[in-house]
Design a protein around this ligand. Structure first.
Ligand code: ATP
Length: 701
């Protein structure tokens, strides 16, 4: 027997030879070959060759299907079958084993078994061929669909943008929620943004459902464009935070939510800070928890949280690890590494951060030179500190003295600590000019999120995502939905995961032994303020459930660590102009220096009549500084006059516009404070949110 090999079809055997029992090789039918060899060794009669030939035929059948089955696997199966069948048959009929008997019986087995096996294999092959045919049919239909999409979009782009592209590929998303078109731009220097800027018109022309977009971005080179078209609105549904709490690293990015194609979007924060903007009710608090969940899962991040609103953003991450005494439970670490709910604690935290940044710079010189980098190599041994400052933008804009001191420190951390591994996530109620007008924030915080949640007023996406076109607030009218852009991923629609308290508890428990420890160099620089952060005296308030509902007394900057309430609102209420003390003068000089260095842009709409105070240089705090008490009192009067029906921030801002020029964001801040203090009661949700003065509130006498 000889073996031939034909191109594209594989080896074909010729069974006609019959010289002796078996000669030649049956490379794909090891079993038959084994039996043949056995037969030869024991003087197999020539007739056995027939059976062996049948076995060879199996090999033929098998190898002709090599595209579908591994011939080797099948021949091994045949071999084991042959031996097994031969052995069994012999055992039933003959008795004790001899090589001759084995040979003959094996051959009978080969004949019978080969026939049965050939039938089985034939069936299997037919089945596989049928599947392949079905697959080919689907592929044909898919490519017809792709061709139809390509043709439709070439026409559409021509109609809407006036340019003729050539579609190179259409990729259907596995999630079934849309597709990506890869197209070549026409010659003559056309750039992708000719299409990007027409996103809204393209979406309308394609009659995409609400919440779906056609977003163009750069292709593989400057002559190509990628157009992501979403056809199913994934922003609408509530999607819970994934139950997979596996370890993450700062370097591999931290997932913050989903794109419309259901892809995860990650924030890379080794060098970047982040700004998350969301008006009340948009899902901002939920998003902060999602962010803290991501940090808790990392092995190289320590999270420090400042939340002057009763520490509420950080508390769920600490409480599972707190004993009733207020001390941390042995063996369980909180999901965050430090929580500040008062100005004093926040100041201690920020001071520690500044000291760490400065000390790391000196102490890790050798390490950085060995690693040949000017960025401190962050790892589980030298962790990054992520400072999450809830409503940090409002602190930057607040007019009171303690907030101004905090603002100066926050900006200092942002300015000096990038290379040394301390970055911030600031949240804001509105994309106020006071935040984005600051060049340093604009430059350092390029990971940006705008949660819209149905709120359209005061959301200026073009400021938050400069250069992005076609983003419209009404594309994301659902809670937890909005836009996210990072230096790696252009601004686009996004949905944050919904995370509930029980999941936060689970994550705290699951990640407790994973958190890094602050490196000794940094811990030394941070000093006792850091080392004693979980001291009972400083954490007792975390167990006190009554605190958050008790209006706080104004605190003096010298008061102790016990954050007996969160006095941002109280401090915002400072009414009497303060004579500048030495400390204030120092803070003012510092702000002036920062502004001189980082050319802070003026905030639009803040040239309204001021209360007579000279405009203060720097930090764009002018908006709120110029909102004098008269404006606040006028706002309260409008609220009172609105009676039981109540009113909203926009209406109050409109009423104040002429006389005081107060911005809506400012009114939002006041309303939030008043709601916390019980002066106003919040009624309704989302776009229907109203505030009622407590005298008119339903439960009021
Ligand atoms: N990612 C999300 N998916 C679905 N629903 C969400 C999501 N985030 C928030 N929500 C819904 O929106 C409500 C408000 O969320 P959240 O408290 O986070 O908003 P907020 O902007 O912090 O508002 P406030 O400042 O008034 O507390 C939640 O109770 C929840 O019902």
């Amino acid at each position: 027997m000889t073996t031939n090999t034909q191109a594209n079809t594989g080896p074909v055997w010729d069974y006609s030879a019959g010289h002796g029992p078996v000669t030649g090789a049956l490379s794909a039918t090891t079993g038959a070959f084994a039996v043949a060899t056995t037969g030869a060794a024991t003087g197999m009669p020539p007739t056995w060759a027939l059976a062996i030939g049948t076995a060879g035929a199996i090999g033929h059948t098998i190898t002709s299907l090599r595209d579908r089955l591994s011939a080797r696997t099948v021949s091994m199966r045949a071999a084991s079958w042959l031996v097994g069948a031969g052995w069994t048959t012999w055992a039933m009929t003959t008795g004790p084993l001899s090589w001759a008997a084995l040979g003959s019986l094996a051959t009978i087995g080969v004949g019978m078994g080969a026939a049965a096996r050939a039938t089985l294999l034939y069936e299997e092959a037919r089945e596989l061929e049928a599947i392949a045919a079905a697959e080919r049919q689907v592929a044909r239909e898919l490519s017809t669909e792709r061709r139809a999409i390509a043709a439709e979009w070439v026409d559409r782009i021509q109609r809407v943008c006036g340019i003729t592209v050539r579609v190179v590929a259409v990729e259907m998303w596995p999630t079934g929620t849309g597709f990506t078109i890869d197209a070549e731009l026409p010659a003559g220097g056309t750039t992708y943004d000719r299409i990007a800027r027409e996103a809204a018109r393209l979406s309308a022309d394609a009659r995409l459902p609400h919440g779906c977009t056609a977003t163009a971005s750069q292709g593989i080179d400057q002559g190509r464009v990628l157009i992501d078209v979403t056809t199913v609105n994934v922003l609408e549904a509530e999607i819970t935070y994934p139950a997979d709490y596996s370890p993450l690293s700062l370097h591999t990015g931290i997932p913050w939510g989903l794109r419309t194609n259901a892809d995860e979007i990650r924030a890379y924060l080794r060098e970047q800070c982040a700004l998350v903007v969301g008006p009340t009710g948009s899902g901002k608090t939920n998003m902060v928890h999602t962010i803290l969940a991501g940090f808790a899962r990392t092995t190289d991040v320590l999270t420090w949280v400042i939340d002057l609103n009763a520490g509420s953003a950080g508390l769920p991450w600490v409480r599972p690890a707190l004993e009733s005494s207020g001390q941390t439970t042995d063996g369980m670490r909180p999901g965050i590494d430090w929580l500040a709910a008062s100005h004093e604690e926040a100041m201690a935290m920020l001071d520690a951060a500044v000291r760490i940044a400065k000390h790391r710079k000196m102490a890790y010189q050798d390490l950085m030179s060995q690693a040949n980098t000017d960025l401190l190599p962050i790892s589980d041994r030298i962790p990054q500190i992520m400072l999450v400052i809830d409503e940090g933008a409002e602190i930057l804009a607040a007019p009171d003295k303690p907030s101004r001191a905090l603002a100066a420190k926050i900006l200092e951390v942002i300015r000096i600590a990038r290379a040394m591994g301390i970055r911030t996530v600031l949240t804001a109620l509105g994309a106020t000019g006071s935040v984005l007008g600051n060049l340093m924030i604009r430059r350092e915080a390029k990971v940006r999120v705008a949660l819209t949640g149905g709120e359209t007023e005061g959301m200026d996406l073009s400021k938050q995502f400069p250069g992005s076109r076609g983003l419209r607030v009404d594309q994301a009218p659902y809670k937890g939905s909005g836009f996210m852009g990072t230096p790696e991923s252009p601004a686009g629609l996004f949905k944050s995961w919904r995370i509930l308290p029980n999941q936060i508890r689970d994550i705290v428990a699951a990640t407790s032994d994973r958190h890094p420890t602050l490196d000794a160099v940094s811990a030394k620089a941070a000093g006792p303020d850091y080392a004693r952060r979980w001291d009972m005296a400083r954490t007792a308030w975390m167990r006190d459930d009554t605190l958050s509902s008790t209006p706080a007394e104004p605190q003096t900057p010298t008061s102790g660590y016990l954050a007996g309430g969160l006095n941002l609102s109280a401090l915002r209420d400072e009414r009497t102009p303060v004579v500048e003390t030495d400390e204030e003068a120092l803070a003012r000089k510092f702000r002036e220096q920062i502004d001189a260095q980082f050319a802070t842009a003026p905030e639009p709409g803040t040239d309204a009549p001021s209360s007579g105070k000279p405009p203060t240089a720097g930090l764009n705090l002018s908006a709120l500084r110029s909102e004098d008490n008269a404006a606040k009192e006028a706002a309260l009067a409008v609220l009172l006059a609105a009676g039981p029906e109540g009113t909203g921030a926009s209406a109050i801002a409109r009423a104040l516009a002429d006389e005081h020029g107060t911005t809506r964001q400012t009114v939002v801040g006041w309303l939030k404070t008043w709601a916390e203090e019980g002066i106003a009661v919040r009624v309704g949700e989302g776009t229907k949110t109203r505030y009622v003065h407590h005298r008119h509130a339903p439960e009021a006498p």
